[in-house]
Design a protein around this ligand. Structure first.
Ligand code: KG4
Ligand code: ZN
Length: 340
């Protein structure tokens, strides 16, 4: 059984072929970060145009490198939302035409569910129910997962997402886009205890998040040059320490609230996924704290944390098994929630 997964919700054009619900036989990704990098963030109009130009080739490469023929594909899963409306429209239109031409079913997938289920691309035993942290450029959500398709939203961010905080911090520090991977890399030579940035725990026991205060604290630190509005003279030399301290502030809150949720719901397993789950420090701390608490921590390989086609295909596979398909009048949804 072959499922083609297509992802175009933001600035990555991705397609993958999943065999029998477990084996990724091709996984093609075209990242547009070079295009958006010069603007310090994603420019929606440019993202849509680039998706249109290359989607054909990305899908063709996925089919060719899998060594299959298009006619062997059983179904196409495509991201329906959340994401940039124009960018989603490209993937959806392509998937509709493709499935119509081949007479196969179309499956619209929630991007967040793709991240959540990306752990099943790995050969890991994850015991249900579990607590999942989905942490990306647009979301910071904690879920109680009872089964596939049964998600309770426990907490979310009140302002910026964790990935967005990384991206904005990098921009303030004059580093390239996307900020997460750069801060991750620079932090390795920095001291995470150098600056004590604030951690927003919100009300006692809350598992919601807030990163806007942290962003302001960083801005104040950068501008503490003595005179009004002037930057610190030692800013450049301190960048690794600033990056490491900023990263640590985010990681501490993410880890604490995930562990707290696991204890509260009495689960044994934790899953983290989404672009920020590629972060080395977050992975290490979550593993360490999970071990101390007697929990099993599951994190997909980095390639499956950031946006990819395989995670959309695996989510699609579960809908395929249930016989739940989308109609050809499916529309993109910029704000598609997951869970209740
Ligand atoms: O899941 P994703 O690829 O796209 C969205 O659904 O948003 O996540 C992208 C986000 C960006 O904000 C990026 O800076 C962040 O994930 N990211 C990281 C790392 N790699 C990507 N953040 C921290 N450390 C990383 N290694
Ligand atoms: Zn994503």
């Amino acid at each position: 059984m072959l499922i083609l997964g297509i992802e175009t919700s933001c600035d990555e054009t991705a397609a993958a072929i999943l065999k029998d619900g477990g084996e990724v036989i091709s996984d093609i990704l075209f990242s547009q970060s070079e295009i958006h990098g010069r603007y310090g963030g994603v420019v929606p109009e440019l993202a849509c145009r680039r998706h249109i130009e290359i989607i054909d080739n990305v899908v063709k490469s996925a089919i060719d490198s899998a060594g299959i023929k298009a006619s062997e594909i059983d179904s196409v899963a495509v991201t329906q939302g959340p994401g940039l409306i124009g960018a989603l429209l490209v993937g959806i239109s392509f998937a509709k035409a493709f499935t119509y031409a081949l007479g196969i079913p179309l499956i619209g997938v929630n991007h967040l569910e793709g991240h959540l289920l990306s752990i099943f691309l790995e050969k890991e035993e994850v015991e249900m129910p579990f607590v999942a942290l989905i942490v990306s450029g647009g979301h910071t959500n904690l879920y109680y997962v009872k089964g596939i398709g049964d998600y309770k939203l426990l907490g979310h961010t009140m302002d910026d997402a964790a990935g967005e905080a990384f991206d904005k911090a990098a921009k303030m520090l004059g580093l390239e886009y996307p900020g997460g991977p750069v801060i991750d890399r620079l932090s390795k030579s920095g001291d995470p205890g150098h600056i004590r940035f604030p951690r927003a725990y919100l009300s006692k026991g809350s598992v919601d998040f807030s990163f806007s205060g942290l962003k302001t604290a960083l801005l104040n630190y950068i501008n503490s040059g003595g005179q009004e509005g002037s930057k610190r003279p030692d800013l450049v030399q301190r960048i690794p320490d600033i990056a490491a301290s900023f990263q640590q502030a985010i990681v501490d809150v993410l880890v604490d609230k995930t562990i707290l949720s696991a204890a509260r719901y009495n689960v044994k397993d934790i899953v983290i996924a989404g672009g920020v789950a590629a972060n080395k420090r977050l992975r290490d701390r979550m593993e360490m704290r999970g071990k101390d608490a007697g929990l099993k921590v599951h994190i997909p390989r980095q390639r499956y944390c950031t946006d990819n086609g395989a995670m959309i295909a695996i989510a699609g596979y579960h809908y395929f098994k249930k016989g739940e398909f989308s109609s050809l009048d499916m529309t993109p949804m910029a704000n598609l929630p997951l869970g209740n």
